[in-house]
Design a protein around this ligand. Structure first.
Ligand code: G6P
Length: 371
């Protein structure tokens, strides 16, 4: 068994380390003669041009990747994007027609809720695009177009490399739509693609500090609860960090959009409570950065134990960070690819410190094939 884990203490750690490859393999072959291509496409270019609204449906970690799809697709295409957990989607009579594109994201391609959401969308004549890690699974089989994530089989029940691969695939959907609609010039699409292609290198940089993230996890292991704060694309990252912690360490963990802090969550802050904050780059979104900085000051003043993920060289956070984890500089939309990694590691290490089996968390299944 030790050999299967490639010398790692647990599978999940091996899979965390495979993320640069998972992202690179997912992108490979999608830029052909200066154009973004999908893996399977039973839709015409005209069909893509006719799309006037996008719905993203998924469950669990795939849903968190879908939240990020909204930022990229709206930004690049100016199409309205809604995102919803698959189990809620079909029971509330969503407004769909043949100009709606429904993006179903599923690692396994067999999740019952996501499959049923897709079928419901098709009954309403919507077009369906699947993002899936499993060749020939039901969800891609029933879709009009497919992008496969090439993360390889994921053994750890808690999704890691399939998440970052899904984020990359979601961005490909955004670029493909921008290309079809002409909301971006062809050379801009190519430039965005190359930037995405450079992300695996940045993830490698994060992995060099894996030891630091592991130590941080060990330090937080006896906490009662952990809060996560993020804003803009940092918010889905915070949600995913909290989910990993619930799944692996059975710890009460909650994520909030940082702007909501004063609308309730700040009441939870008490001395010693760890709060993990995902900081945007000070260069990328300066406004967001300054708002989050004041959030850190507020929680620190109330005694929180602040764990800050910030861009390397960001001096402003230092006075308020009890623990600082530095992220390599990367563009705003791509930051989730680097920021999620330490949160995966922290959750796994807290679980280990508490004596739990990281690869087989209690009560959870790798894929949920009943509604
Ligand atoms: C289960 C797994 C999660 C996964 C979710 C969606 O809850 O434990 O890790 O994110 O299902 O699975 P899917 O295969 O559709 O991505």
């Amino acid at each position: 068994a030790a050999a299967e884990k490639g010398g790692h203490d647990y599978f999940m750690l091996k899979e965390i380390e495979e993320q640069p490859t998972a992202i690179a393999d997912t992108l490979r072959g999608h830029l052909v003669d200066g154009r973004i291509v999908l893996d399977e496409q039973r839709l015409t270019d005209q069909d893509l041009r006719d799309v006037d609204k996008v719905f993203v449906v998924a469950c669990g970690t795939a849903y968190h990747s879908g939240l990020l799809a909204k930022y990229a697709i709206e930004h690049w295409t100016r199409l309205p994007v809604e995102i919803e957990v698959a189990s809620e989607f079909r029971y509330r009579d969503p407004v769909l027609d043949r100009s709606t594109l429904v993006v179903a994201i599923s690692q396994s391609g067999e999740t019952a809720d996501t499959l049923e959401a897709l079928r419901h969308a098709k009954e309403q004549k919507a077009r369906v695009l699947a993002i899936c890690n499993t060749n020939g699974a039901q969800i891609p089989r029933e879709s009009d177009a497919v992008i496969y994530t090439h993360a390889g089989p994921e053994i750890g029940v808690a999704a890691t490399k399939t998440f970052t691969a899904q984020v990359a695939a979601n961005y490909l959907v955004g670029l493909a739509l921008a290309q079809a609609r002409g909301t971006k010039y062809p050379d801009e699409v190519v430039r965005e693609f190359h930037e995405l292609e450079a992300a695996p290198k940045a993830v490698e940089t994060v992995l060099e500090s894996l030891g630091e993230a592991r130590a941080l996890g060990q330090l937080l292991a006896d906490s009662k609860a952990v809060l996560f704060l993020g804003r803009h694309v940092g918010y889905p990252v915070a949600l995913e960090g909290a989910l990993k912690l619930k799944e692996l360490a059975y710890m009460h963990a909650e994520a909030f959009a940082a702007g909501e802090l004063k609308h309730g969550p700040i009441a939870l802050i008490e001395p010693g409570l760890p709060v993990i904050v995902v900081m945007p780059s000070p260069k990328g979104r300066a406004v967001l950065h300054s708002k989050l900085l004041s959030n850190i000051q507020e929680i620190k003043a109330r005694g929180a134990r602040t764990v800050v993920l910030a861009e390397a060289g960001d001096e402003t956070v230092k006075p308020f960070a009890d623990h600082l984890f530095e992220l390599p500089p990367i563009s705003t939309l791509l930051q989730p690819l680097v920021a999620t990694v330490p949160l995966q590691v922290i959750a796994a290490e807290i679980a280990r410190a508490r004596g739990y089996d990281v690869d087989k968390p209690r009560n959870l299944a790798k894929s949920v094939t009943v509604e």
